[in-house]
Design a protein around this ligand. Structure first.
Ligand SMILES: [Zn+2]
Length: 351
């Protein structure tokens, strides 16, 4: 994290250059890792984040509350927030959920690209018709722990179930608008409005294949070629997800250079933000880059480019107040609500 890397998207120099004062790190567990090993992987990642914070005490600090995020900014430190990506990481155990919360995890993405034992994924055949009873219990427990439920990656029915059961605002941590790019992971106008109506925040992601219909279509046509490349990378790098991602980005860049994939420009992010704001209002939209987790568009390759979002929104006539909300104010508001509701729920007598 300490030196400016030529690869990837996030390190301290580039976060500083982009004026990023708070960022969520997703403790992502691939769906191939299951059971107790999934929990272990999430804690390994958490330990790695803690180690970076220990190594760079002048630049980084862990933040697990709105208060801590604000305090970090006052001390000119970058607040590192934690989320768990993939509900299989709790290994069907609410105690594990509590352990994550105790270590500072503030949201959990309920699934990744496969259904868990208790929630359906948008990239997998429905197994439960949304959330199971245990899935509902998970969301209720997250409310009690002050952890936001993240519906990016879940099926539309699971989304509806979460919205219905959750007392706290729900977030989509990294998705785009389906009306602009029809990918399974993106949200329909109806779901964006439903999320906003319950106080939630829709964080727009920067992944080429979710931003651009043309890119998504062309990617499908390249599926077999991409699969061959992916297999070769997997053989070379095994379980090193970061290395595999960088190779994937290189392949995407190469396909763009050779005309197999269309160029996607960063302005596409602004288009998705603006669509969401028109639907849901500036109080319900945020940024969910997926830096170091997806393939970034031209002009938004890393965290140093973030000020372009401000410029893009200013040029559309957005007020500074609205932009500040989109850049993080809304996320902090949802976190604050979830903290308040958690205190309330824990003071209620057990039924
Ligand atoms: Zn994801």
């Amino acid at each position: 994290m300490g030196h400016r890397d030529a690869e990837g998207c996030v390190d301290i120099p580039r976060l500083r250059a982009g004026g990023v004062s708070a960022i969520f790190f997703a403790l992502w567990v691939p769906v191939e890792i299951t059971g107790a090993a999934a929990t272990a992987r999430a804690f390994d990642l958490l330990g790695a984040v803690e180690e970076q914070i220990r190594r760079h005490p002048d630049a980084l600090t862990l933040a697990a509350s709105v208060k801590e995020v604000r305090a970090a900014r006052e001390r000119n430190k970058i607040a590192i927030l934690l989320g768990v990506e993939g509900g299989h990481a709790i290994n069907n155990d609410l105690q594990v959920l509590g352990q994550f919360a105790a270590r500072g995890v503030r949201y959990m993405t309920l699934t990744h690209d496969a259904a868990t034992d208790w929630a359906d994924s948008s990239n997998d055949a429905p197994r439960h018709g949304g959330l199971t009873d245990f899935g509902r219990e998970v969301v209720r427990e997250m409310n009690r722990l002050g952890m936001l439920a993240d519906i990016s990656h879940v099926s539309d029915q699971a989304f509806r179930d979460v919205i219905e059961i959750s007392r706290a605002p729900v977030i989509a941590s990294h998705s785009c608008c389906k009306t602009i790019c029809n990918a399974p992971r993106n949200l329909s106008d109806e779901l964006i409005q439903a999320l906003a109506a319950r106080g939630g925040v829709f964080h727009i992601t920067f992944h080429n294949a979710f931003l651009s219909q043309e890119y998504a279509n062309a990617s499908k046509a390249l599926a077999s070629e991409s699969a061959v490349r992916k297999q070769a990378t997997k053989q070379k790098f095994g379980g090193n997800e970061a290395r595999k991602l960088i190779e994937g980005q290189r392949t995407s860049d190469e396909f763009i250079r050779t005309g197999k994939l269309p160029q996607v420009r960063w302005e596409k992010i602004i288009e998705h933000i603006d669509h969401a704001v028109r639907l849901a209002g500036a109080d319900h939209v945020g940024l969910g880059s997926d830096f170091d987790g997806a393939f970034m568009p031209q002009g938004m390759q890393d965290a140093s480019q973030i000020p372009k979002i401000t410029e893009g929104l200013l040029s559309l006539g957005y007020s500074e107040t609205s932009i500040a909300k989109i850049l993080g104010g809304n996320t902090l508001r949802a976190m604050g609500e979830s903290e308040r509701i958690a205190v309330e729920l824990r003071s209620e007598p057990a039924s």
